[in-house]
Design a protein around this ligand. Structure first.
Ligand code: 2HA
Ligand code: ZN
Length: 276
């Protein structure tokens, strides 16, 4: 007898949204080979009774303790999975993990109809868990984390003048008024650090204390949001701004950007929206 998780409509909806956005990341050209990874907090979307027993669930120890995530469940893309494959076969290219009650390990919960060997979760799991942990501790509603190799934003970090949150945001907010409206917190900057390392996880978590989206120098972006769609939108909007900048430069001129007083006016508008 297997210990598969029985499908349910709420979970199926999460798979659908995951597949749709994976397809968008691929079509945007941000997901070469196995680039990028996604995690969703799906705590409460299935019950213990929906896991057929008795086979013992596989348990994996974590190097850090994630007590803020104790008992929580996450849908996470598999290591090596391709976004273009996730778009077609979300269940075969993701896993469900549940953090143990003491926060020091996770169990892999096999999903019904998944006939393939279960692959381990993404190589960036510690960054994902660290960010989910920050969200749980502060009690904000973000449930989704997307990491993708957003070409236009990576390209900016190749320039010595754009290796800080301040210079990046000044440029990006200035390219289109809606960038300030929809990403008022701007983008955070993480200097080049080894991917998959504890060091990059720590720097990223610090950066998420002030931003909903961060860029890893010469690598890619991480964004958080309440839904897969609104998380994708933040990346898309910032990329649009970067594209406008590069298009102007390719056409042979330096874009003017919005003035400081125009940006201040937009910032005031944003504050008004957020208090309504
Ligand atoms: O999942 O993008 O940073 C593949 C990556 C690692
Ligand atoms: Zn990456």
């Amino acid at each position: 007898m297997t210990n598969n998780l029985k499908p349910n409509p709420l979970l199926e909806m999460q798979y659908q949204q995951l597949a749709e956005i994976a397809g968008c990341l691929w079509e945007k050209g941000w997901a070469e080979r196995n680039a990028g990874n996604i995690s969703l907090n799906i705590t409460g979307l299935f019950t213990d009774e929906s896991i057929s027993k008795p086979a013992k669930l596989q348990s994996v120890n974590l190097d850090e303790n994630y007590s803020a995530l104790a008992g929580m469940s996450f849908l996470v893309t598999c290591t090596g999975s391709r976004m273009r494959d996730l778009a077609r076969l979300p269940k075969e290219n993701s896993v469900i993990i549940r953090i143990s009650d003491n926060g020091s390990s996770y169990q892999l919960i096999p999903v019904a109809d998944n006939k393939l060997e279960t692959k381990p979760p993404t190589s960036e799991l510690i960054t994902h868990l660290g960010i989910h942990s920050l969200v749980a501790k502060r009690g904000t509603p973000e449930k989704v984390i997307i990491h993708t190799h957003a070409t236009e934003l990576i390209a900016l970090t190749q320039h010595p003048g754009y290796k800080s949150a301040e210079s990046l945001n000044h440029l990006l907010w200035g390219m289109h008024p809606e960038t300030m409206i929809f990403v008022p917190g701007g983008i955070g900057f993480v200097p080049y650090t080894l991917p998959g390392s504890e060091a990059i996880a720590k720097l990223s978590i610090q950066c998420f204390e002030q931003h909903d989206i961060i860029v890893w120098e010469k690598h890619g972006v991480f964004a958080i949001g309440e839904t897969v769609s609104d998380t994708f939108d933040k990346i898309d909007i910032l990329c649009k701004s970067a594209k406008i900048y590069f298009m102007c430069r390719s056409a042979g001129f330096v874009p003017e950007g919005l003035s400081l007083s125009q940006l201040d006016e937009l910032r005031t508008l944003t504050k008004k929206f957020s208090t309504q």
